[in-house]
Write a protein that binds this ligand. Sequence first.
Ligand code: NAD
Length: 256
Amino acid sequence: MTLNAKTALVTGSTSGIGLGIACKLAEAGADVMLNGFGDVDAAIERVSAYGTRVLHHPADVSDVDQIADLVSRTERDLGSVDVLVNNAGIQHVAPIESFPVERWDTIIAINLSSAFHTMRLALPGMRERNWGRIINIASVHGLVASAQKAAYVAAKHGLVGLTKTVALETATTGITCNALCPGWVLTPLVQQQIDSKAQAHGDPSQATRELLMEKQPSLDFVTPEQLGELAVFLCSDAARQVRGVAWNVDGGWLAQ
Ligand code: NAD
């Protein structure tokens, strides 16, 4: 298996995309440090099914000290951080004039600054071993904008820029840094949007779901497992010269 004897740290991996990616990395042989909140036991059980070592740390990635603890505990308890997936993310939908200031700060901290911190803390170990794979989960909103998502769009554009910068700073090493930019993936984060749109417009949830799908020519959701398989590919030897790419996985959204 590609990732035997490797260790992966996946932020925000107790649900949705992060959990799907953690499963695929474990299936490929990696030991995994999970992070995030909610149904932690169910997440541990799902990822453990692949027979590798699985731990969980509930660090809040909006807090620098907790991020430092997350990285150092992964290195201490699993041996290293060979694969780093910056996936934790939240969003808020509101026009800029009424966008809550504290939500701006929190969204930037979780979706963007956390990746700066995990990368600066995990890179020294990767450099020592001259091997590392960093995968930042951005979004189509890292490449194009949508109205009413100021903080999310700014954070995801920032994450794409940060990905390219780190790719350049590691270009002569065995470390790569890339971003995945998903379109709609049906996770709790998107279900929340469907429910609140449906409530606001008095639409049944199915109609709202169809409206979302208009953006995505495939008329189908991307799945966490598909993103996990692409993450495993980015970890493979075949992908060692894939550097600084923001790879849209969006059912054709950005081809329009
Ligand atoms: P989700 O809500 O299902 O999962 C988010 C995860 O992050 C959970 O494990 C949660 O516990 C964790 N988390 C939230 N705040 C945290 C914090 N402060 N510290 C640590 N962990 C925290 O969301 P998702 O849809 O799976 O999204 C995952 C990532 O994918 C996000 O960065 C999101 O922006 C991105 N994304 C999602 C979609 C989509 O359609 N779902 C599309 C493009 C990009």
